[in-house]
Design a binder for this molecule. Structure first.
Ligand code: ATP
Ligand code: MG
Length: 580
């Protein structure tokens, strides 16, 4: 119910259409109620005098009623269905926007497929709740109240008798409704699981083929798909049993009316015309009774789905501007870490007491075993992960007190895992600064050492990057991502092992070039290669989240038994062996 309350806000954004639709709905119910009365009168008129003109008049009246109902139905659908589409449009936009705002940590707890299912299937269920559910529940309500009032007016006792089965109808609607609701939720959930599987298989197409996992994946998919169908079948079983049961219960009402009402006619307490009217009203009640079940069903599905959407909409992005965030104008690109501890919320420390000062315009390199916390450390600077307060500073300001937009304008990150969008190379690079001119893009391309590769592509910058960049080599993808960051002309450049797939020689060339164009800017780079980091102003060696060594290349190499000296010696030996 709370969910439905939230929906009201969305519906009320369209008051005009909503009012017109509901009015048409009410008018339609009223006109519909005139139908049994006209037929009843017609029957009674037959008894008194049968004139062609009277019959014609009744006939014309019935046609008029049908025409009016048609017209009103048209207006109602045009308005209420439109409102449901409007609400769907708004919700979908808000949903997507929230997905963009939510921090990386959110995506660790939610599968992509499930999030996709919420934005598609669930949204559709909410639309059904807004359009048809409102339409039919209003109609049901108006018709039921009107018909019952007329029936009571005609013969109160007969009305009570005709409705003996009503409590059973209500009970069935409640019991079945609940069951259908839970089953529906399970079906939606399973659909999410299924979507996740498909999505991961599409994204991991290479891995699946490389390991010849097709059969296994197919079997697994079939199992999930069967689960989905079985759950759906269960839902259909309950749903299918519900309708005939309702019809049966209503049918009993007709028997009662025939037996008891027939007696009343014989006793002349009712005219035949009234008896006919009564029956017609009862027929009118069948639809509302069935519709109650259906509407309850729609409402419950819709509300369950809305709940799943609201869960995302109501998740506050944890990382956002804090109240005390204040713009500082020109940020100096110096970085300091002061006793930074960090864990991913599970209590396992990933960074421990990390401190360093990186003055403006200098370069710091991070080395360390895999899993030692290098990527985590870099992510704290642009607040992709939130550091503890008063621990990470850019330009002397706590990053948590800087407006996010300002902070992120200052830094550009080239992440360890390259992400390219299905667009041209140009668009992929220009993402970081859409208004950049072609000459600037060309310069960034040169700086990233991508020029010769591009020349080999048919349309150079216009070349399309296949879905997830499948047509580019790993090293090419990395350099497109680097060009993207360079084009941004950031004051702080954070390179997370972003040239790992590029050969050592090219890497050195790119880095030398970068040093020339990045004069006065601050660079942090992560690498496993000594050749990459040797020219940095300082090198930090991380081990299990702790800084275990620091200094320049020369100082660290001189340190007997140090991790860095060890790394250097091993890589030098490898190089020498390669030369031999
Ligand atoms: N989202 C996360 N949730 C929980 N733990 C995480 C998460 N991301 C990383 N970790 C853990 O934090 C530690 C440091 O990870 P990080 O990615 O920073 O390592 P790294 O030094 O960049 O390694 P690599 O050289 O392989 O890139 C690892 O033990 C990893 O398992
Ligand atoms: Mg890493």
């Amino acid at each position: 119910m709370r969910n439905i309350g939230a929906l009201r806000g969305y519906l009320l954004r369209y008051p005009g259409k909503l009012a017109l639709g509901v009015s048409a709905n009410l008018a339609m119910a009223l006109v519909g109620l005139a139908h049994p009365i006209v037929v009843g009168r017609g029957v009674d008129a037959l008894r008194e005098m049968v004139s062609g003109r009277t019959l014609l008049a009744y006939g014309a009246l019935l046609v008029g009623i049908a025409a009016a109902q048609g017209g009103l139905s048209f207006i109602q659908r045009m308005t209420l269905v439109a409102v449901s589409r409007d609400v769907e449009f708004d919700l979908r936009n808000e949903y997507f926007q929230r997905l963009l705002e939510l921090p990386l940590s959110f995506y660790q707890h939610h599968h992509t497929g499930d999030l996709m299912a919420r934005g598609t299937n669930d949204l559709q269920a909410v639309r059904m709740l807004c359009g048809p559910a409102i339409m039919y529940s209003a109609n049901t309500l108006f018709t039921a109240v009107g018909a019952l009032a007329f029936m009571t007016y005609l013969h109160p006792r007969l009305t009570v008798a005709a409705l003996v089965t009503m409590p059973l109808v209500a009970l069935a609607a409640k019991l079945f409704g609940q069951r259908i609701h839970t089953l529906f939720e399970k079906v939606q959930e399973q659909f999410g699981v299924l979507s996740t599987r498909v999505q991961e298989n599409l994204a991991g197409a290479r891995v699946v083929r490389a390991y010849a996992r097709e059969d296994h994946e197919q079997a697994e998919f079939e199992r999930l798909n069967r689960d989905y169908i079985e759950k759906s079948a269960k839902l259909i079983r309950w749903d299918s049993a519900f309708r005939p049961l309702l019809q049966l219960l209503v049918g009993v009402g007709f028997v009662v009316v025939l037996l008891y009402g027939g007696r009343l006619v014989m006793r002349e307490e009712l005219t035949i015309g009234q008896f006919v009217t009564f029956n017609f009203f009862l027929v009118r009640l069948i639809w509302p009774m069935i519709a109650i079940g259906w509407v309850i069903n729609l409402a419950q599905r819709g509300s369950a789905s809305l709940g799943r959407i609201l869960e995302v909409l109501e998740t506050e992005p944890e990382i956002r501007d804090e109240e005390r965030a204040a713009s500082v104008g020109n940020l100096t690109p110096s970085i300091s870490f002061r006793g930074v501890d960090f864990d991913y919320g599970d209590g396992v420390p990933v960074l421990r007491d990390v401190s360093f000062e990186l003055p403006e315009g200098s370069t710091l390199a991070l080395v360390g075993r895999t899993g030692s916390g290098k990527s985590t450390l870099l992510s704290l600077i642009p607040r992709l992960l939130d550091p503890p307060p008063d621990s990470v500073f850019v330009g002397g300001h706590d990053v948590r007190r800087l407006p996010l937009a300002e902070l992120r304008r200052t830094c550009a990150v080239v992440p360890q895992e390259t992400v390219l969008f299905s667009a041209s190379v140009l668009d992929n690079i220009r993402m970081s600064r859409p208004q950049a001119g072609l000459d600037e893009v060309e310069r960034a391309v040169e700086a990233a050492g991508l020029g010769p590769d591009l020349d080999a592509f048919p349309d150079r910058l216009e070349a399309l990057v296949g879905e997830r960049g499948l047509t580019l080599s790993g090293g090419q993808k990395q350099r497109v991502a680097l060009a993207r960051a360079i084009l941004r002309e950031p004051l702080v450049l954070l390179l997370d092992d972003c040239l790992s797939a590029v050969d050592t020689e090219t890497e050195e060339r790119i880095l030398r070039h970068l040093q020339e164009i990045f004069i006065g800017r601050t660079v942090m780079l992560v690498s496993h290669r000594v050749s990459t980091v040797r020219h940095a102003d300082q090198i930090l060696v991380l081990d299990h989240g702790r800084v275990v060594e620091r200094g320049t290349h020369g100082q660290l190499v001189a340190k007997e038994g140090g991790l860095y000296a060890d790394l250097e010696r091993r890589q030098r030996l490898e190089d020498e062996l390669a030369v031999v």
